[in-house]
Design a protein around this ligand. Structure first.
Ligand SMILES: [Fe+2]
Ligand SMILES: [Fe+2]
Length: 289
Protein backbone atom coordinates (compact mmCIF):
# COMPACT_ATOMS: atom_id res chain seq x y z
CA UNK A 1 0.00 0.00 0.00
CA UNK A 2 1.48 3.33 -1.07
CA UNK A 3 1.28 6.02 1.60
CA UNK A 4 1.99 9.74 1.28
CA UNK A 5 2.50 11.79 4.42
CA UNK A 6 2.45 15.59 4.19
CA UNK A 7 1.59 18.61 6.30
CA UNK A 8 2.17 22.22 7.34
CA UNK A 9 0.62 23.79 4.24
CA UNK A 10 0.15 27.14 6.03
CA UNK A 11 -2.11 28.98 3.62
CA UNK A 12 -1.91 32.62 4.73
CA UNK A 13 -3.94 35.80 4.30
CA UNK A 14 -2.95 39.24 5.51
CA UNK A 15 -6.28 40.08 7.14
CA UNK A 16 -6.25 41.80 10.53
CA UNK A 17 -9.12 40.62 12.75
CA UNK A 18 -9.99 43.96 14.38
CA UNK A 19 -12.42 42.45 16.85
CA UNK A 20 -9.70 40.22 18.26
CA UNK A 21 -6.81 42.68 18.52
CA UNK A 22 -6.85 42.25 22.32
CA UNK A 23 -5.38 38.84 21.57
CA UNK A 24 -1.57 39.12 21.08
CA UNK A 25 -1.40 36.55 18.28
CA UNK A 26 -3.82 38.63 16.19
CA UNK A 27 -1.18 41.34 15.72
CA UNK A 28 1.99 39.29 16.31
CA UNK A 29 0.89 36.88 13.56
CA UNK A 30 0.36 39.44 10.78
CA UNK A 31 3.61 41.20 11.74
CA UNK A 32 5.44 37.90 11.46
CA UNK A 33 3.73 37.39 8.11
CA UNK A 34 4.88 40.77 6.85
CA UNK A 35 8.51 40.13 7.76
CA UNK A 36 8.86 36.38 7.52
CA UNK A 37 6.06 34.00 6.58
CA UNK A 38 5.03 35.60 3.28
CA UNK A 39 8.57 35.07 1.94
CA UNK A 40 8.92 31.57 3.34
CA UNK A 41 5.53 30.26 2.16
CA UNK A 42 5.15 31.40 -1.49
CA UNK A 43 1.51 30.98 -2.58
CA UNK A 44 2.52 29.31 -5.87
CA UNK A 45 4.09 26.40 -3.98
CA UNK A 46 0.69 25.26 -2.68
CA UNK A 47 -0.91 24.11 -5.93
CA UNK A 48 2.41 22.65 -7.17
CA UNK A 49 2.57 20.51 -4.02
CA UNK A 50 -1.00 19.28 -4.20
CA UNK A 51 -0.58 18.42 -7.92
CA UNK A 52 2.63 16.48 -7.15
CA UNK A 53 0.82 14.43 -4.48
CA UNK A 54 -2.11 13.61 -6.77
CA UNK A 55 0.36 12.62 -9.53
CA UNK A 56 2.01 10.10 -7.18
CA UNK A 57 -1.31 8.19 -7.11
CA UNK A 58 -1.12 7.12 -3.45
CA UNK A 59 -3.49 4.56 -1.95
CA UNK A 60 -3.67 6.65 1.23
CA UNK A 61 -2.61 10.23 2.05
CA UNK A 62 -2.15 11.54 5.57
CA UNK A 63 -2.04 15.26 6.38
CA UNK A 64 -0.77 16.01 9.89
CA UNK A 65 -2.03 19.55 10.42
CA UNK A 66 -1.54 23.30 9.91
CA UNK A 67 -3.76 23.96 6.90
CA UNK A 68 -3.81 27.65 7.78
CA UNK A 69 -1.63 30.30 9.39
CA UNK A 70 -4.18 32.28 11.41
CA UNK A 71 -7.36 30.14 11.36
CA UNK A 72 -9.06 32.61 9.01
CA UNK A 73 -12.11 31.45 7.10
CA UNK A 74 -10.52 32.55 3.79
CA UNK A 75 -7.41 30.45 4.54
CA UNK A 76 -9.51 27.34 5.18
CA UNK A 77 -11.57 28.00 2.04
CA UNK A 78 -8.41 28.08 -0.06
CA UNK A 79 -7.20 24.89 1.64
CA UNK A 80 -10.52 23.24 0.79
CA UNK A 81 -10.04 24.14 -2.90
CA UNK A 82 -6.42 22.96 -2.87
CA UNK A 83 -7.42 19.61 -1.36
CA UNK A 84 -10.39 19.03 -3.70
CA UNK A 85 -8.54 16.94 -6.36
CA UNK A 86 -6.90 14.73 -3.72
CA UNK A 87 -10.21 14.26 -1.92
CA UNK A 88 -11.79 13.30 -5.20
CA UNK A 89 -9.01 10.78 -5.82
CA UNK A 90 -9.01 9.21 -2.35
CA UNK A 91 -12.27 9.96 -0.56
CA UNK A 92 -11.94 8.99 3.12
CA UNK A 93 -8.45 7.64 2.36
CA UNK A 94 -7.31 11.20 2.66
CA UNK A 95 -6.93 11.26 6.44
CA UNK A 96 -6.34 14.78 7.78
CA UNK A 97 -5.75 16.18 11.26
CA UNK A 98 -5.65 19.77 12.57
CA UNK A 99 -2.53 21.57 13.82
CA UNK A 100 -2.03 24.41 16.27
CA UNK A 101 -2.47 27.04 13.52
CA UNK A 102 -5.93 25.63 12.78
CA UNK A 103 -7.12 26.65 16.27
CA UNK A 104 -5.06 29.83 16.41
CA UNK A 105 -7.09 31.77 18.97
CA UNK A 106 -9.66 30.69 21.61
CA UNK A 107 -12.41 32.35 19.57
CA UNK A 108 -11.41 30.59 16.33
CA UNK A 109 -11.35 27.34 18.33
CA UNK A 110 -14.69 27.98 20.03
CA UNK A 111 -16.38 28.99 16.79
CA UNK A 112 -15.02 25.88 15.06
CA UNK A 113 -14.05 27.82 11.93
CA UNK A 114 -11.95 24.95 10.60
CA UNK A 115 -14.64 22.33 11.26
CA UNK A 116 -17.26 24.44 9.48
CA UNK A 117 -15.15 24.92 6.32
CA UNK A 118 -13.32 21.56 6.42
CA UNK A 119 -15.81 19.11 7.97
CA UNK A 120 -13.77 16.21 6.57
CA UNK A 121 -10.88 16.84 9.00
CA UNK A 122 -10.62 14.53 12.03
CA UNK A 123 -10.82 17.12 14.82
CA UNK A 124 -11.96 14.66 17.51
CA UNK A 125 -9.35 13.74 20.18
CA UNK A 126 -8.81 10.23 18.79
CA UNK A 127 -9.95 8.96 15.38
CA UNK A 128 -9.66 5.73 13.42
CA UNK A 129 -9.68 4.58 9.81
CA UNK A 130 -9.27 0.92 8.85
CA UNK A 131 -7.17 0.60 5.67
CA UNK A 132 -7.66 -3.14 5.18
CA UNK A 133 -8.29 -6.16 7.42
CA UNK A 134 -4.84 -5.81 9.07
CA UNK A 135 -3.84 -2.11 8.99
CA UNK A 136 -5.48 0.81 10.77
CA UNK A 137 -4.75 4.50 10.96
CA UNK A 138 -5.23 6.19 14.32
CA UNK A 139 -5.23 9.99 14.62
CA UNK A 140 -4.62 11.95 17.81
CA UNK A 141 -5.41 15.65 18.15
CA UNK A 142 -3.31 17.52 20.73
CA UNK A 143 -3.91 20.99 19.25
CA UNK A 144 -5.38 23.81 21.33
CA UNK A 145 -4.96 27.60 21.33
CA UNK A 146 -2.33 29.19 23.56
CA UNK A 147 -2.03 32.88 24.44
CA UNK A 148 1.23 33.46 22.53
CA UNK A 149 3.03 30.12 22.29
CA UNK A 150 2.71 27.33 19.69
CA UNK A 151 2.43 24.45 22.14
CA UNK A 152 0.13 21.46 22.09
CA UNK A 153 -1.09 19.69 25.19
CA UNK A 154 -1.58 16.07 26.15
CA UNK A 155 -4.75 15.83 28.23
CA UNK A 156 -5.80 12.95 30.46
CA UNK A 157 -8.94 12.53 28.35
CA UNK A 158 -6.92 12.12 25.15
CA UNK A 159 -4.56 9.71 26.89
CA UNK A 160 -7.48 7.59 28.14
CA UNK A 161 -9.07 7.47 24.69
CA UNK A 162 -5.77 6.64 23.01
CA UNK A 163 -5.01 3.82 25.47
CA UNK A 164 -8.49 2.39 24.88
CA UNK A 165 -7.96 2.61 21.10
CA UNK A 166 -4.61 0.78 21.31
CA UNK A 167 -6.21 -1.93 23.50
CA UNK A 168 -9.00 -2.34 20.95
CA UNK A 169 -6.47 -2.62 18.10
CA UNK A 170 -4.51 -5.22 20.01
CA UNK A 171 -7.69 -7.24 20.64
CA UNK A 172 -8.44 -7.11 16.91
CA UNK A 173 -4.86 -8.12 16.03
CA UNK A 174 -4.29 -4.97 13.94
CA UNK A 175 -1.14 -3.08 12.98
CA UNK A 176 -1.46 0.60 13.91
CA UNK A 177 -0.14 3.64 12.06
CA UNK A 178 -0.42 6.62 14.41
CA UNK A 179 -0.64 10.24 13.27
CA UNK A 180 -0.63 13.54 15.19
CA UNK A 181 0.64 17.08 14.71
CA UNK A 182 3.46 17.30 17.29
CA UNK A 183 6.69 15.34 17.69
CA UNK A 184 7.38 13.68 21.04
CA UNK A 185 11.01 13.18 20.09
CA UNK A 186 13.34 15.19 17.82
CA UNK A 187 16.88 14.65 16.54
CA UNK A 188 19.56 16.07 18.86
CA UNK A 189 20.39 18.85 16.41
CA UNK A 190 16.77 20.05 16.32
CA UNK A 191 15.54 20.17 19.92
CA UNK A 192 11.98 21.42 20.47
CA UNK A 193 11.78 24.80 22.19
CA UNK A 194 9.78 25.41 25.35
CA UNK A 195 7.13 27.51 23.60
CA UNK A 196 6.73 25.15 20.61
CA UNK A 197 6.73 21.69 22.19
CA UNK A 198 3.99 19.25 23.04
CA UNK A 199 3.34 19.73 26.75
CA UNK A 200 3.16 16.23 28.20
CA UNK A 201 5.31 14.67 25.45
CA UNK A 202 6.89 12.19 27.89
CA UNK A 203 3.46 10.90 28.99
CA UNK A 204 2.40 10.63 25.36
CA UNK A 205 5.59 8.68 24.56
CA UNK A 206 4.70 6.24 27.37
CA UNK A 207 1.30 5.54 25.79
CA UNK A 208 2.95 5.16 22.37
CA UNK A 209 5.46 2.72 23.85
CA UNK A 210 2.67 0.67 25.36
CA UNK A 211 0.58 0.71 22.18
CA UNK A 212 3.56 0.07 19.88
CA UNK A 213 2.31 1.59 16.60
CA UNK A 214 4.54 0.75 13.62
CA UNK A 215 4.93 4.43 12.74
CA UNK A 216 4.17 7.82 14.25
CA UNK A 217 3.61 10.49 11.59
CA UNK A 218 3.78 14.16 12.54
CA UNK A 219 4.94 17.61 11.41
CA UNK A 220 4.97 20.93 13.34
CA UNK A 221 8.76 21.31 13.18
CA UNK A 222 9.19 22.11 9.50
CA UNK A 223 12.05 19.66 8.99
CA UNK A 224 11.89 16.27 7.28
CA UNK A 225 13.32 13.33 9.23
CA UNK A 226 12.95 9.65 10.15
CA UNK A 227 14.12 8.41 13.50
CA UNK A 228 13.61 5.67 16.02
CA UNK A 229 13.73 6.64 19.70
CA UNK A 230 14.93 4.39 22.52
CA UNK A 231 11.79 5.49 24.36
CA UNK A 232 9.56 3.86 21.72
CA UNK A 233 11.72 1.25 19.96
CA UNK A 234 8.81 -0.35 18.06
CA UNK A 235 7.81 2.92 16.41
CA UNK A 236 9.39 4.71 13.45
CA UNK A 237 8.89 8.48 13.93
CA UNK A 238 8.39 10.35 10.66
CA UNK A 239 8.37 14.12 10.26
CA UNK A 240 7.08 15.03 6.79
CA UNK A 241 8.38 18.65 6.94
CA UNK A 242 6.37 21.41 5.32
CA UNK A 243 4.75 20.77 1.95
CA UNK A 244 4.97 24.45 0.93
CA UNK A 245 7.90 26.15 2.69
CA UNK A 246 10.74 27.72 0.70
CA UNK A 247 14.17 27.06 2.15
CA UNK A 248 17.80 26.59 1.04
CA UNK A 249 18.16 23.41 3.05
CA UNK A 250 16.79 20.27 1.43
CA UNK A 251 15.27 18.87 4.64
CA UNK A 252 13.34 22.13 5.15
CA UNK A 253 12.43 22.88 1.52
CA UNK A 254 8.85 22.09 0.44
CA UNK A 255 8.24 18.36 0.21
CA UNK A 256 6.63 15.23 1.60
CA UNK A 257 7.28 11.56 2.36
CA UNK A 258 6.13 8.41 0.59
CA UNK A 259 6.61 4.71 1.28
CA UNK A 260 5.20 1.23 0.74
CA UNK A 261 3.42 0.10 3.88
CA UNK A 262 3.32 -3.62 4.61
CA UNK A 263 0.54 -5.16 6.71
CA UNK A 264 3.05 -6.32 9.35
CA UNK A 265 4.19 -2.72 9.95
CA UNK A 266 7.30 -2.77 7.74
CA UNK A 267 8.06 0.50 5.97
CA UNK A 268 9.70 -0.01 2.57
CA UNK A 269 11.08 2.43 0.00
CA UNK A 270 10.81 5.42 2.33
CA UNK A 271 11.39 8.44 0.08
CA UNK A 272 11.66 12.20 0.60
CA UNK A 273 10.18 14.28 -2.22
CA UNK A 274 11.51 17.85 -2.49
CA UNK A 275 10.44 20.67 -4.77
CA UNK A 276 12.96 22.54 -6.95
CA UNK A 277 10.80 25.65 -6.62
CA UNK A 278 9.78 25.65 -10.28
CA UNK A 279 8.43 22.45 -11.80
CA UNK A 280 10.18 19.29 -10.54
CA UNK A 281 10.33 17.08 -7.47
CA UNK A 282 13.51 15.20 -6.49
CA UNK A 283 13.12 11.78 -4.86
CA UNK A 284 15.70 10.77 -2.23
CA UNK A 285 15.65 7.42 -0.40
CA UNK A 286 15.69 7.67 3.41
CA UNK A 287 16.72 4.94 5.83
CA UNK A 288 13.76 3.58 7.80
CA UNK A 289 15.88 1.54 10.21
FE1 LIG B 1 3.48 24.30 10.97
FE1 LIG C 1 2.33 23.45 14.02
Amino acid sequence: MKIIHFGDLHVWRFTPVWSELYYPKRWLGPLNLLFHRSKHFPPEYRRAAMDAIVNEKPDVAIFTGDFSSFSLQAEFEEADQLFAPLREQLGERLFALPGNHDCYTPRAHRNQIMQRVLPWVHAEPVSRLDLNDKLSLVGVNHSEPFWVASNGRVTSDTQTQLKAMFAQMKAEGRTVLLAGHYPYVSPEEYPESKDHKLIGDAEFAEVVKEGGPAVYMHGHQHIRWALRSERTPDTLCLNCGSVSMKHDRKDKQAGFLSWQQQDDGQVEHLTAHTFNGIDAWAKTPISAV
